[in-house]
Design a protein. Sequence first.
Length: 380
Amino acid sequence: MKKILLLDAAFSAIPIYEYLVRTGYQIWVMGNRETDPLAKIAGERWINQDYSDVSAVKRHIENLNITHVLPGCTDVSIETCLQLNLNNHLLDELHIHNKLANKEEFRKVCAELDLPSPKIFELSDFPIGGKYICKPVDSFSGKGINIVDGFEKRKLADAYQLAKNASATSCALIENYISGQLYSFSAFIESCIVKDYFIVKEGSSVNPYAVDTSYLVDSLDFALELKAYVEKLSSYLDLKDGLLHIQFILDESSKTPYFIEVARRCPGDLYSKLIEYSTGYTYAAKYASYFIEEKEEINKNRDKLILRHTVSSDVDTTFKSLIFSASINVLAFYPLLLLGDNIKGIQKVRVGLLFTESTSIQGIEEKYAALINRELYSFN
């Protein structure tokens, strides 16, 4: 029997865990926070261990005779998997992963393949006109990111230093700022060919660099172009079968999709449930199946207008109640705090994940706008 270890005990990994349990194999979960949902759900098969410690993870694998390990929804989980030397035939090589995970390296790959992505600049290139964005090459959730006018060289240098400070490797980049709508193109590739894909409109109501509101959109005019880009990238790097998740910005003037970030681990904040609730496609199961060598043929069997929102507060407060300003059709709510818990403002703490259903495109667009403008609910 296969013995499978999931590196992630947080709430976003629950759909992955539920699929693994359904396989009938022996499932273990690793994470070092006893308050995480899967630490409680997995019971005796939860391993209290920081999975960034590769040597420690290897010891547990040997002691338990683990046959397969898969990452959850964190960058650290997939980085650890790539260093375990277990089932390497299922995983990209580490240097290939770094070409995707490191923003500067990814920009270089895009340039080599003539894929649309922001252009990198050096501090010595300034002052020049336009807006530019400074960001760490390896951080997430908008940490260390600032937009600066290209003529303000001192402010640019300060922003660049802040970005370096937010980087685990003290590395940052400066690139031209692309103004437009953010989307994700989430594809499952097999033999470097896109088998299934989803396009999601993404927005931010609090932190401009961290997504908190999103919904699935009908195939856009340039969907086939994106598919071709992804297959070109996959073939060039000889990527292994599995998920390839790309965030891109649709330039508001040229309507060109610019690649911003790419990942091969499952997106967080229950992105998998957004796809499943909208289409019936069990995204988490498909994602996990590649790591445990189980062929899962999954089809879309419904078409619903579902919106996902990460509930958070603008200001510091205490969680007593969540009050809606208008009637909405709530499909599901995943609470992440208890009544009486403190809420930190500016999206520093998630209160819960909200999934709502609409009956028309106009309805979901209006709800999306209301959430982005912080008009749909309040606390206490």
